[in-house]
Design a protein around this ligand. Structure first.
Ligand code: IMP
Ligand code: MG
Length: 183
């Protein structure tokens, strides 16, 4: 099968930044914390597609209390690896969130623009509470005032791929987080 856009796999992996094992340990711990904090509360884990799909799947299974999951899609416009700051909510939740404690499950907070818009939107729907768990945080890159309630890993300013994060839609299936680089 000929796929013209397909990169030579692994070509853009400069080095592994966070291993599969390190991610697993951190996700298990995050699951335990959420299970304690939201015990006996109606919990809704909201994933922002597409980047957070892998993290949500693992985090949801690390949470040991009953909960629901929901999906939203927000599109950030990019020029190469730089976000242009335009954010559009392209898919909404099915749930009435006024009945839930909502935890946004994000892949990465970079400039913070996407999450800021999504939070503003969700706040307007009156959830019982609203918090953010992010797998990765790049605080150096922040352009808007925003802090995650729980970041599993803080990384410096480089572009990363894997565990849901893409470059040109590829590499989401890498089990680890790697620094992106060209040969
Ligand atoms: P924002 O700049 O915080 O609005 O980031 C928006 C989105 O850009 C994130 O949710 C990711 O999907 C994507 N993104 C930001 N930094 C990276 C990166 O290092 N690798 C892959 N995707 C990224
Ligand atoms: Mg994202």
């Amino acid at each position: 099968m000929q796929m013209t856009n397909m990169p030579e796999f692994h070509k853009h992996i400069k080095r592994v930044v966070i291993s599969e094992e390190e991610i697993k340990t951190a996700v298990t711990k995050a699951g335990e914390i959420l299970s304690m904090e939201y015990k006996d509360k109606p919990l809704l884990l909201v994933s922002i597609l597409k980047g957070a799909y892998v993290f949500l799947a693992d985090l949801s299974r690390a949470v040991t209390i009953p909960h629901e999951i929901g999906f939203m899609a927000a599109k950030s416009y990019f020029e190469g690896t730089e976000s242009t700051g335009t954010v559009e909510i392209t898919m909404d939740l099915k749930q009435d969130i006024s009945k839930y404690h909502v935890v946004i499950v994000e892949d990465i907070i970079d400039t913070g623009r996407t999450l800021k818009e999504v939070m503003k939107y969700l706040e307007s729907k009156g959830p019982l509470s609203l918090r953010v768990v992010t797998l990765l945080d790049k605080p150096e890159r922040r352009l808007v005032k925003l802090q995650s309630d729980y970041s599993l890993f803080t990384i410096p300013d480089y572009f990363v791929i894997g565990y849901g994060l893409d470059y040109g839609e590829y590499y989401r299936n890498l089990p680890c987080i790697a620094e992106f680089g060209e040969d």
